[in-house]
Every structure is written in C-alpha cells, then in structure tokens.
Design a protein. Structure first.
Length: 319
C-alpha cells in the first residue's frame, strides 16, 4: 500500500510537453476569469444597470445601435479571416490574378449594405433622441419635484425651491416621482451625469438647461461631473439617494431643523474653490437664489446681489 505523502518510483509521469502546457492553460483560464469579472463589475452602477425609465430607454437604444452595427462588423471580420485563410500561400487551389477587373456585383454589395446600415442607424437614433428629449416631462401619478442644480468649483449645489432647503454633494429624491432639474454653472462649463438614471447634460454659466429624470427603485446612485473643469474635477462627485415618499418628507423636515442658512454670505463662502467637500445640508435658502446666480454669472458679482462678497480673481492673458 502506497503512502500518498511520498512519490513512488513506478508512479506514471506525464510527458514533458503536457507538463509545460499545464501552467499555460491555468494562466489562460485565470486571465479569462479576471476579464469576465471585470466585464461583470463594469455593468454595475453604470449605464448598463438602469434604475429609471430614461436610463432603460437609453440602454435599449445603445443595444439596438450596437446590434445594427454588428450586422456589418461580424460578416466583415469573418470574411477577412476567410479570405486570409483561402488565399494563403500554401493553398494551391486558390486562383490569383494580377490583372485588375471591375466587378459590379461586388461594388453593389460593398456600398449598398453600409448605406442601408447608416440609414437604419440614423433613423433609430433620430427617433430615440426626440423621444428622450431632456425637456420632455415624464408621465407619472406623482407631482414632479423641482430641483435647481448649480455647478461650483468643485462641488454640486442642489436647491429645492418648493421645500426651501439646499444641499451640497447630496441629492435626495422620492422614488417614483419625476424630478424636474434646472441646471446652470457659476464658473466654467460642466456636465451633470447620474448614469443609472440617465441623460448626461451640460451646465453652462449664464444659461439654464433642463432635465427630467425618475428613479424607479430605491437605492444610492453615484453622480459626477463628466466634463473636466479644473484641479478638483476628480472629487466633483455626489450620491443620488432615491427613498420612499414618506422618508423624503421626513428628510425634508429634518433638514429644515438643522444646518446653517444659505444666505448671501454663506453662498459667497460656498462659491470659493474647494475640493472633496463633504455632503452638507442648509435649512433655508435665499429666495430666487438660482436666478440670482445666473444674473451674477452674466453681469458679474459687482452688479448682482448674491455672492458679491467674493469674486474669483481675473486671470491675465498674454503679455
């Protein structure tokens, strides 16, 4: 009887070639597992994991466009591999000719199929783009929630005009309720994006853009700036929390009882450049603050009432 702890002289040995291939196969399997894990992880908390009707429609549009393009891409790849294999130098059955000739059927296929793909793809995207107009209201039983968004250096200011409160780097919305966003920037152009809710949109100084979103499920969805805006760009992130309607009302009541007031002086301090700003809640907001911020951006802080206590230093250009 052999002891399993010790090798015996008569134990069979695998050929050397097989022994060399075992590490390669295990390494290949390991890399495939790692790649699959990365692909699966990339689908979480992104556009492929929608949590609202807008994001779901955008994912469907992305999948449809990809499938339409694959109708051309896959046959071209297969044809390239097939031609390379058939016309290899060792294939004596392949006929080759150095004489140039025109073949109308090949030209017809070469140009007609891509033209049809472009027409079909353009039609699908054109229809989908109009259906997903950011200004279009989302039909729902609940009354829409209004939120004003201001891009600052380097943080996001969320103003709830109907509730009279504001937050920084924290967006709380009730589940199943359409949210009507008005967006602007108090500094440079920026981009507002919550991938799981959909519709990235720009925020520009002196202008107002509109966006309608809806969270269909409770949860916390990462949001961030999708446009480079300076040193603190990488920290310009926030969490969009979708909570039940009752919890949202409770959060509003709690916010009204705690935190500072967002008056002229508080906004002037908030508008100063800062990085990695923690979530903050303001119990009250200066009336029509969003409109005043737009006026300040257009005319300058010396002519506007809000934020006049601080003005970003002007940069000298040229010699």
């Amino acid at each position: 009887m052999h002891d399993w702890r010790y090798a015996t002289p008569d134990a069979p040995h695998a050929p050397a070639s097989q022994a060399r291939h075992v590490p390669r196969r295990s390494g290949l399997v390991r890399w495939l597992v790692v790649c699959a894990a990365v692909l699966v992880a990339s689908c979480q908390q992104g556009i492929l994991d929608p949590q609202g009707p807008i994001a779901s429609a955008q994912r469907l549009l992305l999948i449809n466009a990809t499938e339409i393009m694959l109708v051309v891409v896959v046959p071209v790849i297969l044809a390239t591999l097939g031609f390379a294999w058939w016309y290899r130098s060792s294939n004596a059955h392949a006929s080759r000719s150095w004489d140039q000739a025109f073949e109308g059927r090949i030209e017809f296929v070469t140009w007609s199929i891509p033209a049809l793909i472009v027409i079909l793809l353009g039609g699908v995207i054109w229809i989908g783009s109009h259906q997903l107009d950011p200004r279009a209201p989302i039909p729902a039983d609940a009354k829409p929630l209004r939120v004003d968004v201001v891009a600052l250096d380097w943080k996001w200011l969320f103003i709830y005009p109907d509730q009279g409160i504001a937050t920084v780097n924290q967006l709380v919305v009730p589940v199943g309720t359409p949210v009507e966003f008005r967006l602007t920037s108090a500094t440079v152009m920026n981009s507002f994006f919550v991938p799981q809710l959909g519709s990235q949109i720009y925020a520009m100084g002196g202008m107002t853009t509109h966006l309608n979103l809806l969270a269909a499920e409770t949860g916390e969805y990462p949001g961030f700036s999708a446009n480079f805006s300076g040193d603190g760009f990488s920290d310009m992130r926030f969490i969009a929390k979708a909570v039940p309607a009752g919890d949202f009302d409770g959060w509003v009541a709690q916010a009204r009882g705690t935190g500072p007031a967002l008056d002229d002086a508080a906004y002037a301090e908030l508008a100063k450049p800062s990085q990695a700003v923690p979530p903050t809640t303001y119990r009250s907001v200066e009336p029509k603050l969003f409109e005043h911020i737009i006026e300040q951006t257009v005319s300058g802080p010396e002519k506007a009432g809000v934020g006049a206590a601080w003005c970003p230093p002007a940069r000298q250009v040229g010699g």
